[in-house]
Design a protein around this ligand. Structure first.
Ligand SMILES: *[C@@H]1O[C@H](CO)[C@@H](O)[C@H](O)[C@H]1NC(C)=O
Ligand SMILES: *[C@@H]1O[C@H](CO)[C@@H](O)[C@H](O)[C@H]1NC(C)=O
Length: 287
């Protein structure tokens, strides 16, 4: 009896864990500099130690920046930061887990590149050989909108109130607004001052309103901040730029991600359960 209950409990926990983490882990965008460093150069080991620092720091802080100095000061130095989404907790390890995945994806995406950045749903990581820390940057990186729902004054009022809430400067560097089924989220990286953060978010929110029109959802990621809202249809997932044609791809990628996650989860579960049931039998046999 004890064994059955334990097995069931573990199964439920495991499945819950797989599903809740899938959203945090979803790829939003990634990009690398054109220039490459020499394999085996001191710069390479500086990049590696920077990325390692991200992962160990992310279990203590949701944001941090690092500089690894080259031999002669400026030359060969590498600068970087990571930022977790404001609702990811340190205690549960979600922030650290997200940063670890982002770092490993960035490592393979930008192998050998002097700079790179990667955004997952739950966290952002970036490194470069020139310092970008504390520098406001409103370059548009991703702008995508859901399909238009048509003009609906209730819907528009709700969106305007959510987006209006995201615009209030008293909100800090992570802001969430909810109205009915609409939810909005905005965040700056931790290296911006309060006024730079506000300025960056106003730019992102302005674009969200003007470019996404009456869309069901919208995402605008600038280099140092983002603003997004999601409606009834839930989150947008796949990477890509604006337009309705992305929606089908979104659905396919979402479904694929869930299937792959499920297969991996179930495989692990089967292995775990067979171990458990063997030890359960041993306990029973021993009585
Ligand atoms: C960054 O690396 C590239 C390629 O090696 C080099 O051309 C550029 O001068 C470097 N920038 C700095 C600030 O060191
Ligand atoms: C970078 O980190 C240092 C030490 O944690 C901190 O004092 C500094 O303010 C940070 N700089 C930026 C631009 O965030």
């Amino acid at each position: 009896m004890f064994c059955t209950k334990t097995l069931l409990f573990i199964t439920v926990l495991f499945l819950l864990g797989t599903f809740t983490f899938a959203a945090v882990d979803t790829f939003v965008y990634g990009g690398c500099s054109q220039t490459k460093y020499f394999p085996g150069s001191p710069y390479e080991s500086n990049v590696n130690s920077l990325l390692t620092s991200f992962v160990s720091s992310a279990s203590l802080y949701t944001y941090n920046n690092f500089t690894v100095n080259g031999i002669s000061g400026g030359d060969g130095s590498v600068y970087g930061l990571y930022q977790c989404r404001g609702d990811l907790s340190l205690g549960s390890g979600d922030c650290a887990r997200c940063v670890a995945r982002a770092v490993s994806r960035l490592g393979s995406l930008c192998a050998g590149a002097t700079g790179g950045a990667l955004q997952l749903e739950g966290c952002f990581v970036k490194y470069d050989n020139s310092t970008f820390l504390g520098v406001e940057d409103k370059t548009v990186v991703v702008r995508r909108c859901g399909s238009p729902v048509g003009y609906n004054s209730d819907e528009m009022t709700r969106r305007d109130s959510v987006v209006g809430y995201l615009s209030t400067s008293s909100g800090g560097s992570y802001r969430v607004g909810v109205s009915g089924e609409l939810q909005g989220v905005a965040q700056c990286t931790g290296d911006l001052s309060a006024s730079e953060c506000q300025d960056c978010l106003m730019e992102a929110i302005g674009r969200l309103k003007s470019d996404c029109g009456t869309a069901a959802w919208g995402d605008v990621y600038l280099a140092k901040c983002y603003a997004r809202y999601t409606g009834r249809g839930g989150h947008s997932r796949a990477n890509g730029y604006g337009g309705n044609r992305d929606n089908n791809d979104d659905e396919i990628q979402k479904t694929l991600a869930i299937i792959v996650g499920l297969i991996a989860g179930v495989t692990l579960l089967v292995v775990l359960l067979s171990f458990m049931s063997k030890s359960c039998e041993r306990v029973k046999g021993g009585k």
